[in-house]
Write a protein that binds this ligand. Structure first.
Ligand code: ATP
Length: 237
């Protein structure tokens, strides 16, 4: 991925980019040295694969970009907004309204069924509810079908689905209500090669159809050719 030669500062919105980051760093308590991250410029509607070995900071970076953790060093824009200077509450709003996050541990709600889990972003965000087309329920059904979740499973508690099916429901939930940016943390770690390729293809196909940008992090280099851009995180010294 090419880096832009200049960065115009955090107060100037950068249109046309889903993510722009510069000099991001983060140190967990008791960590000897800070994690540092390569600069990112991800144009809207395009996909980026970020590879890195276990422990290199992939989840930490997604946690910063999604606003779950507070930044310690550097600056970044999300969808033209200077996200690194927002309050926690503003970051939560930005994530709920405009980002679909697929967590490494999926974070599906165990007491909700498949359809209810998929609809969750529209329950939490009016923006996502308004963007669901033609309606939240119809879009959820369309996404679950596109992601190959059989209709017989839609009313089942999410815990009754296989791990591969739960990963696809997590992807459907992330896409629900047409967020402009999808952040995915090792979503294929439990899948065999065939299902891994199928999952990534389904995710990217749906994202492209919706003109959403995708940042996916993984240690699995085999995924890289599916993406428009790629970057690497180095192993910690
Ligand atoms: N909550 C935490 N508290 C303290 N240290 C943490 C915490 N989360 C992560 N770390 C440390 O930060 C470093 C990077 O962890 P992170 O989970 O971001 O890496 P990763 O590349 O996503 O790893 P993996 O591929 O194994 O999930 C590791 O050394 C880890 O021990």
């Amino acid at each position: 991925m090419s880096r832009a030669p200049t960065f115009h500062g955090i107060h100037r919105p950068e249109s046309g980019y889903a993510i722009i980051s510069r000099n991001l760093g983060f140190r967990w308590p008791a960590q000897a040295s800070a994690l540092t991250f390569p600069d990112i410029r991800l144009p809207q509607g395009e996909s980026l694969f970020l590879r890195g070995p276990s422990g290199s900071g992939k989840s930490t970076l997604l946690s910063l970009l999604s606003g779950l953790s507070s930044l310690q060093a550097g600056e970044f824009h999300i969808l033209g907004q200077a996200a690194s200077i927002l309050s926690r509450r503003q970051r939560d709003r930005l994530r709920a309204d405009h980002m679909g996050v697929i967590f490494q541990q999926l974070n599906l709600v165990p007491y909700l069924n498949t359809l209810q889990n998929t609809l969750l972003p529209c329950t939490l965000s009016k923006t996502r509810r308004n963007q669901a087309h033609p309606s939240p329920a119809d879009e959820a059904r369309e996404l679950l079908t596109a992601l190959a979740i059989p209709e017989s499973h839609w009313q089942l508690p999410i815990t009754r689905l296989s791990l591969g099916q739960q990963q696809r429901v997590a992807a459907a939930r992330a896409l629900m209500g047409n967020p402009a940016l999808i952040l995915a943390d090792e979503p294929t770690s439990a899948l065999d090669a065939t299902n891994r390729d199928r999952f990534v293809d389904l995710l990217l196909t749906q994202a492209r159809k919706r003109q959403a940008s995708v940042l996916l992090v993984s240690h699995d280099e085999a995924l890289a050719p599916c993406f428009d851009h790629e970057l690497s995180l180095e192993e910690l010294p």
